[in-house]
Design a protein around this ligand. Structure first.
Ligand SMILES: Nc1ncnc2c1ncn2[C@@H]1O[C@H](COP(=O)(O)OP(=O)(O)O)[C@@H](O)[C@H]1O
Ligand SMILES: [Mg+2]
Length: 284
């Protein structure tokens, strides 16, 4: 299998930095110590007879920053990074998914030290025994995945990270020791983390003096990082709208995003997001 065709299943990963990730300090530390250190400093692990974990599974509600934090890890560590999106692999490699999985692992071994990242991994390693009309494609993919994970044992320099919103769908065999031996759950952000995330997404934006991010963080209980990012975008849109109403022409006076814009965005989010209202009410 030529590598050229392997490349097509590797997703481009946008650069991202640790300081773009709000909260999640425990997960950042875990990824640095269990992924970056073993790949970067293998001699030190050997010195104290410690081996690197084979796989790390990141779980947690959607929008909590799983993809974001792995992007930051990839950008900020010096090792090779191979990113594969589960649903994409399925749709691009119809009927050839086992080969695709095999190629991903082969490529990772060739470019060690390396990290393989399977985002939305539930798409390819859902529990076996599912009924797909007798083809048992799911079973064969799980089987191939297990084979590849086990094949890595003893071979240093490749760490597999997978992310899923649906850990309940993952085939149990993958969670055994020597496979995904670390499971890290990303929680919804607490108040301090929400304030940090809001600050990240307001960076470089002109804010009115009446904007109180700490108070806003308190009002946003129950929201994920992705929700908070959307909130900041909506507030910016509200400010743009107000500016256009005031000055419909091409010229405009500098304007800031006000506390009122954030309040409107929050009210908007409550009604426009199906789960918005219930999310906020649940924690009210
Ligand atoms: N902890 C966080 N800090 C800053 N931004 C976040 C955080 N979590 C989520 N986001 C924002 O939400 C977007 C989507 O998050 P993502 O990593 O795709 O979530 P997941 O993969 O867990 O569903 C990110 O690109 C980022 O803009
Ligand atoms: Mg994701």
């Amino acid at each position: 299998m030529p590598l050229a065709s392997t490349r097509s299943l590797i997703t481009e990963v946008a650069a991202s930095h640790w300081d773009e990730v709000g909260g999640l300090d425990d997960i950042k530390a875990l990824l640095r110590e269990t992924v970056e250190w073993p790949l970067k400093y293998p001699q030190r692990l050997a010195f104290v007879k410690t081996t690197a974990p084979r796989g790390i599974l990141l779980t947690g509600p959607t929008g909590t920053g799983k993809t974001l934090i792995v992007r930051a890890l990839a950008t900020q560590s010096d090792v090779n990074f191979i990113a594969v999106n589960g649903p994409e692999l399925l749709s691009k490699w119809v009927g050839e998914t086992e080969r695709a999985i095999r190629d991903v692992f082969r490529k990772a071994r060739q470019s060690a030290p390396s990290i393989i990242f399977f985002d939305e991994v539930d798409a390819i390693v859902a529990s076996r025994g599912g009924d797909d009309g007798g083809a048992r494609i799911g079973d064969r993919m799980v089987g191939q995945f297990l084979l590849e994970m086990d094949g890595l044992a003893g071979l240093d320099g490749v760490v597999v990270i997978a992310a899923t919103n649906r850990p309940d769908l993952i085939d149990r065999a993958l969670l055994r020791p020597g496979r995904f031996d670390h499971i890290a759950t990303l929680a919804l952000p607490d108040r301090a983390a929400r304030a940090a995330i809001l600050a990240i997404h307001c960076r470089g934006r002109a804010l009115g003096s009446d904007v109180d991010l700490a108070a806003l963080a308190k009002a946003c209980a129950g929201m994920s990082g992705a929700d908070l990012e959307a909130l900041c975008r909506r507030a910016a849109m509200a400010a743009i709208r107000a500016s256009i109403i005031a000055e419909p022409g091409a010229d405009f006076a500098p304007f800031a995003i006000t506390g009122g814009d954030f309040d409107a965005a929050l009210a908007d989010w409550r009604t426009a997001t199906p789960e918005g209202a219930s999310k906020l009410d649940a924690v009210a």
